[in-house]
Design a binder for this molecule. Structure first.
Ligand SMILES: Cc1cc2nc3c(=O)[nH]c(=O)nc-3n(C[C@H](O)[C@H](O)[C@H](O)COP(=O)(O)O)c2cc1C
Length: 206
């Protein structure tokens, strides 16, 4: 039953995407200031790295960072690269992002977040993973989407993390179309984090 629902939601998304492609544009990306891009926490042993266009995935990242006392980095992307559906890069394209590479030596746990575009995570988070050495890092993947995800999308994402040396210990996703306000989304994400926190901190995941 659940599988059927996922397939039909994916079909709806496919039709929507074709519509978006025909009309060529989506709403504008969030306007950001330097303060939105990076937050440093005292004694952080984890970091959140997130790509987000309209702020949903960044909101998830912020809440994780608050609860886990993680440093927070929002990836900056090349000008114009996410202005319209026609300008967004294929997920396998190598993209210049800022920062491209970070010093991960202080972190045991790395949270990597992306919205879902064309049924997959974006080229920006993929480029970050490909540019960084995740050897011996525990990794939690998180994503925001509208209900349409390719069947193998998460496996592909995990595979990239593995190729960079990391171990994915958990994956969380939020269907933002289920929430009418940021507050409702926020409280669902907080419930999710509360439920997952002990798994993320467990020594068994070394
Ligand atoms: C170019 C583009 C393609 C998208 N493709 C999908 C998709 O395939 N499946 C889906 O569920 N949502 C899709 N979405 C919706 C986003 O995943 C959703 O709005 C998400 O919450 C955006 O996260 P953000 O606010 O962090 O950018 C797409 C959005 C854009 C802009």
């Amino acid at each position: 039953m659940k599988a059927n629902m996922t397939t039909s939601t994916s079909r709806v998304w496919l039709v929507l995407l074709i519509g978006l492609l025909l009309f060529g544009c989506v709403g504008p990306p969030q306007k950001l200031t330097p303060a939105d891009m990076s937050i440093t926490k005292p004694e952080a042993s984890s970091v959140v790295v997130v790509h987000s266009r309209t702020g949903n995935t960044a909101l998830m990242g912020h809440l994780i960072s608050e609860e886990m006392n993680s440093d927070f980095i929002r990836l900056d992307v090349p000008e114009g690269s996410q202005d319209s559906v026609l300008s967004v890069p294929n997920r396998n394209e190598d993209m210049e992002i800022t920062p491209q590479k970070i010093d991960l030596s202080e972190y045991e746990l790395v949270f990597l977040g992306s919205p879902i575009w064309f049924m997959h995570p974006t080229a920006f988070i993929y480029s970050f993973i490909k540019s960084n050495d995740l050897t011996s890092k525990k990794v939690v993947l998180f994503y925001a989407y509208g209900g349409g995800l390719a069947e193998k999308a998460i496996e592909e994402w995990k595979g990239l993390v593995r190729q960079s040396g990391g171990t994915v210990i958990d994956v969380i996703g939020i269907d933002c179309s289920d929430f009418e306000t940021d507050e409702a989304l926020q409280s669902e994400v907080n419930v999710m984090i509360e439920r997952k926190k002990s798994i993320w901190m467990s020594d068994e995941n070394q």
